[in-house]
Design a protein around this ligand. Structure first.
Ligand SMILES: Cc1cc2nc3c(=O)[nH]c(=O)nc-3n(C[C@H](O)[C@H](O)[C@H](O)COP(=O)(O)OP(=O)(O)OC[C@H]3O[C@@H](n4cnc5c(N)ncnc54)[C@H](O)[C@@H]3O)c2cc1C
Length: 385
């Protein structure tokens, strides 16, 4: 299914250039960096040479902004080659998006040019007792006796946490003034005193992306470090999630597409009992189901991307949740079948489909676990007319 005809010339050029880099450099490195769980610095450099962070940076800060659906397409393409690299890029995008949407002109001028030229960034909301919501975050932001704020607490499982130049983190103000809410977003720079980075997690999949805990040991922040206004963190978090669910879905679709292509190639190449594996009609049925799931998820991704581009002020969370369930469940099912049709060879470490199968699992639980998405969709019908 060709999705690229809908993009303008500049967008098509970004997709074409990225595809070239993915085929030549990123996909060939995927197995090694997965095995070694090493951060994909070479891939980050290759992406920066393309200037691809510019697609989510406003022109006044040096960017070449594209539509959101083009960003989804780029995430998909990158994930086809290496989902870990795509996750690193996506988290940088989400941080830039939060700062672009809610930052002051000083914050934007301080941070966005650095991201435009390749700086990495992270979003930190998750904690050991669950993800931050309007009141439950145990990370606190309290007034500093000498003015400003003190940030104290811990976040866990933060993508890019150890490589990011800038982090958007969420914390509660324990005693908000007046009718202000608790949750507040802050911007931290890597060299903020009191910011301690935990060791890298070892993961089942996405092994080359970095995932760490962050500890805030009384980090002194000023009003200039508050993103938006105090107590307005929850709408910022929701805005990030509204964009991050489709991005994660695009990762799932990229993973699923790579698994499908690999399954087609290997079942055409391999002969058993005197015929190609793909000659078995039972195997052909599996391929029909795989491509049906993939095609539907991809077309819904395009639809959601268009909705968000054309009606940016409206809430598209339900469509995003539908996409995330469809795309991540398709990725899990397609990668499972891709392992199956490869037989024992597909189960071996180093097989492409084996890596994709491990990567697919994460897409069902990130952002919100899929159960949350199902609850969000299901409960929307409770008081339906
Ligand atoms: C590799 C990786 C990278 C990550 N990167 C980041 C990052 O960059 N920034 C960040 O802030 N966080 C990040 N996270 C955290 C991630 O967002 C959370 O892990 C995710 O939201 C799930 O939360 P949890 O782990 O607390 O699971 P829990 O909330 O403990 O959920 C556990 C399980 O309970 C079930 N469940 C939960 N809610 C419901 C419900 N409403 N109905 C029915 N069942 C339910 C589901 O099966 C769910 O999987 C990352 C996590 C991983 C694994």
């Amino acid at each position: 299914m060709d999705l690229d005809g809908q993009f303008d010339e500049v967008e098509q050029e970004f997709v074409t250039q990225l595809r070239r880099v993915v085929d030549r450099e990123i996909a060939p490195r995927a197995e090694t960096i997965d095995r070694d769980a090493s951060f994909p610095w070479d891939n980050v450099r290759a992406l920066n040479e393309l200037g691809i962070n510019g697609v989510f940076i406003p022109r006044e800060y040096g960017g070449t902004p594209t539509s959101y659906r083009c960003i989804l397409r780029l995430v998909e393409e990158l994930s086809r080659g290496c989902a870990a690299t795509a996750n690193t890029w996506t988290n940088t995008y989400l941080t830039a998006h939060a700062i672009t949407s809610f930052g002051t002109s000083e914050q934007m001028a301080r941070i966005l040019p650095r991201i435009n030229t390749g700086g990495l960034a992270a979003v930190a909301f998750a904690e050991s007792a669950g993800v931050a919501d309007d009141v439950s975050s145990s990370t606190t932001l309290t007034p500093h006796p000498k003015g400003g704020w003190l940030l104290r607490g811990e976040k866990r499982f933060i993508t890019n946490g150890d490589v990011a130049e800038v982090i958007v983190a969420f914390a509660n103000i324990p005693e908000p003034v007046g009718d202000r809410k608790h949750l507040t977003a802050v911007i931290l720079e890597r060299d903020t005193p009191g910011l301690v980075i935990g060791p890298a997690e070892t993961k089942l999949g996405y092994r080359a992306s970095s995932t760490v805990s962050l500890f805030f040991d009384d980090c002194a922040l000023t009003t200039a470090d508050i993103l938006g206004v105090e107590g307005a963190g929850y709408p910022i978090l929701r805005r990030i999630h509204a964009k991050s669910r489709p991005c994660l879905s695009a990762q799932a679709i990229g993973i699923a597409g790579a698994a499908f292509d690999e399954a087609v190639r290997s079942t055409n190449d391999r002969q058993i009992f005197g015929q190609r594996v793909l000659d078995f009609q039972g195997v052909q049925f599996m391929f029909a189901d795989m491509i049906s799931k993939l095609a539907l998820a991809r077309s819904w991704m395009l639809y959601v991307g268009r909705l968000i581009d054309e009606y940016p002020a409206e809430n598209h969370e339900l469509e995003g949740s539908i996409l995330k369930i469809a795309a991540s469940d398709a990725a899990m099912s397609i990668t499972t079948d891709a392992v199956q049709v490869n037989g024992g060879a597909g189960y071996m470490a180093g097989a492409t489909v084996e890596r994709l199968y491990r990567d697919a699992k994460l897409t069902q639980m990130l952002e919100d676990a899929n159960e949350w998405d199902r609850a969000r969709i299901g409960s929307s019908f409770l008081n339906a007319p």
